[in-house]
Design a protein around this ligand. Structure first.
Ligand code: ADP
Length: 587
């Protein structure tokens, strides 16, 4: 339907169905057969009405009635088998789509899974595959019925009295034209816009719910969530505009398909003008019974066209994930000689961004050195750290660990070398033991406990009902942000990788937690190469080296004393920081 011909959705569906593709064809054929079987009883009905009007052969009424019942039951059974075939194929397609998606997703760079990306991916894996399943299971059978029924109906309508038949066809044809004009140009694009608008609204709604505490605390109104309000407003405007575009064709379609009765009345008036014959009564009664079928068939056709557009939109969204370039895995199996890190002219630009997030950065970190990345917010610290663990691959330049380019290492080898604790490191809904063990599945319970101890987590474990076996998020078990971060540190302790990348916590900075996190970091970084993304300058003074980032570039490097003497950005930031610490309430 509409302008969707260029996209061969059935070919894609058949590919996903594999060996089950034949079931789809069989299901469609059976649905067509069932549609024909459903129409034949109307001929039997015509014969019954003829007997009733003429008054002869009355003994045959029962036989015709039974034939009708048998045909309807037969049609129903065939349709059930058709649905069975399409359902089996649909479930197979959905399962295959989901497993292909998941297989692809695990090869994607970690950077794809930021907060926004995760929501979109989840929606595609769940909703787009479910839309495909519904289309194959139900709509394909309905489409076969909707395609066969009008042909059968034209035969039935024209066979008995072509004049009434032709009159009945007039509104049906106009209704069909109205429907095609609705499906016409731009409908597929509109469907995409509609789905995009829903997607934006859903992610903004999540953001809004997360922000409710802020709104309440500061007594703000809903208008403070401008983006959420703007996307609801634009969705509202889009829907209204689109409804207005469809107003006339939709009114035309609904009026025509429901006005077929009126045309029968006109036809009845014309053919009975010169006196009523039994045949005329028979035909008029017959057409009164059969014409609602035309309405039903056209409505089904209209809805199956819409479902097809939804399906194409869903398939295109799945394609978008399948088209994301996976992280290239190296087969060379090179192992780094030590845990020193060198960055040579590293530049990175996010997809669709207009400027580089990291620009021509070169630096060297010796094995065992503790370094800090500092700089204003948005200067590229996190991006630089993420590039080292291949959240993304550099746009240009190279990152070398122990003499080996990270691109020439297998990702398993890279992960063996590096542990990272970023601010949004997550816990999953499993026991604390399982959560910590994720970094080293073969670890014993005693080893996990030792890691938890080193990560200063024992106060958390002690207050939980089942200790390390407590399942997070169940039975009201709630861990604060800071507590969750300490558990993720325990993960890194257990992994015991020689290189550590730590993102200093600012979000959960209550004094007690902060002290514990700092102690855990200290314990964790003993004897390791450490890169700390520092948001506060109090923690960087003892670092072996400090790299100062400014607008994507590394503009200064050296120890605290050297940088203070140099009197550049670091000194300015440190002076400002000292002033802010000296500020006191009521001072
Ligand atoms: P920092 O950690 O120093 O605060 P970031 O590395 O987070 O800085 O950001 C550096 C720049 O890259 C900023 O301009 C930021 O807006 C941009 N940026 C960060 N993440 C993304 C992303 N996922 N997509 C596009 N731009 C991003």
């Amino acid at each position: 339907m509409g302008k969707t011909q260029n996209y061969d959705h059935m070919k894609l569906i058949r590919e996903y169905a594999g060996g089950h593709a034949k079931l789809i064809g069989l299901g469609r054929c059976l649905a067509g057969v069932s549609a024909i079987l459903t129409l034949i009883p109307y001929y039997e009905l015509w014969k019954i009405i003829r007997i009733a009007v003429n008054g002869d052969d009355t003994d045959k009424i029962t036989m015709y009635a039974w034939i009708s019942v048998a045909l309807i039951v037969g049609a129903l059974l065939v349709y059930i088998v058709a649905l069975l075939c399409t359902h089996i194929a649909a479930f197979r397609v959905q399962a295959n789509m989901r497993s292909s998606l998941m297989r692809r997703i695990i090869t994607l760079p970690l950077g794809v899974f930021d907060e926004d990306g995760t929501g979109k991916i989840r929606r595609i894996v769940n909703d787009s595959t479910a839309a495909t399943e519904t289309y194959i299971a139900h709509t394909l059978a309905d489409k076969a019925v909707a395609a066969v029924t009008p042909i059968g109906l034209i035969v039935l309508v024209l066979a008995f009295n072509w004049k009434i038949g032709l009159l009945c066809m007039i509104p049906a044809v106009i209704g069909f034209i109205c429907m095609m004009s609705m499906m016409g140009k731009g409908m597929q694009q509109k469907m995409k816009e509609y789905q995009d608008a829903l997607e934006t609204m859903s992610s903004e709604a999540t953001e809004y719910v997360r922000g409710i505490p802020v709104v309440k605390t500061f007594g703000q109104t809903v208008h403070s969530f401008k983006r959420f309000k703007a996307c609801i407003d634009s969705y509202g405007k889009w829907t209204t505009d689109y409804t207005l575009v469809l107003r006339w064709p939709m009114m035309g379609f609904m009026t025509c398909i429901n006005a077929i009765f009126a045309f029968i009345v006109i036809a009845a008036y014309i053919i009975t003008k010169d006196g009523i014959a039994n045949a005329d009564i028979l035909n008029v009664m017959y057409y009164i019974i059969i014409t609602p079928l035309v309405t039903i068939a056209l409505t089904k056709l209209a809805y199956s066209g819409e479902a097809e557009m939804n399906l194409i939109d869903a398939l295109k969204r799945v394609d978008k994930i399948m088209e994301i370039e996976p992280l290239k895995e190296s087969a060379s199996g090179k192992k780094p000689a030590d845990c020193g890190i060198t960055l040579n002219n590293v530049t990175y630009r996010y997809k669709d961004a207009t400027r580089d997030a990291v620009s021509d950065v070169s630096l060297t970190i010796k094995p065992g050195e503790h370094v800090a990345l500092v700089g204003p917010s948005g200067s590229g610290k996190t991006t630089l750290a993420e590039l080292i663990v291949r959240f993304f691959d550099v746009t240009s330049g190279e990152i070398v660990i122990g003499g080996v380019n990270v691109k020439d290492m297998s990702s398993a080898e890279l992960m063996k070398q590096v542990s990272f604790v970023f601010q949004d490191s997550r816990l999953i809904k499993k026991s604390i033991l399982d959560n910590v063990r994720m970094s080293k599945p073969e670890a014993s319970e005693a080893e996990v406990l030792e890691a938890l101890k080193k990560a200063q987590c024992m106060d958390i474990i002690d207050k939980l009902p089942e200790g390390i076996h407590t399942v997070i998020g169940e039975k009201g078990t709630y861990l604060s942000g800071g507590e969750q971060q300490r558990i993720t540190i325990a993960r890194a302790v257990l992994k015991d990788a020689p290189i550590l990348i730590l993102d200093e916590a600012t979000a959960f900075a209550d004094p007690d937690n902060e002290t514990k996190v700092q102690e855990a970091f200290e314990e964790l970084s003993k004897g390791k190469t450490l890169i700390m993304i520092a948001h506060r300058l109090s923690t960087v003074m003892n670092a072996d080296k400090i790299f100062v980032m400014d607008d994507g570039r590394c503009t200064e490097a050296g120890s605290h004393d050297e940088l203070m003497k140099a009197g550049g950005l670091y000194k300015r930031m440190f002076d400002e920081y000292t002033r802010s610490v000296e500020w006191k309430v009521g001072a």
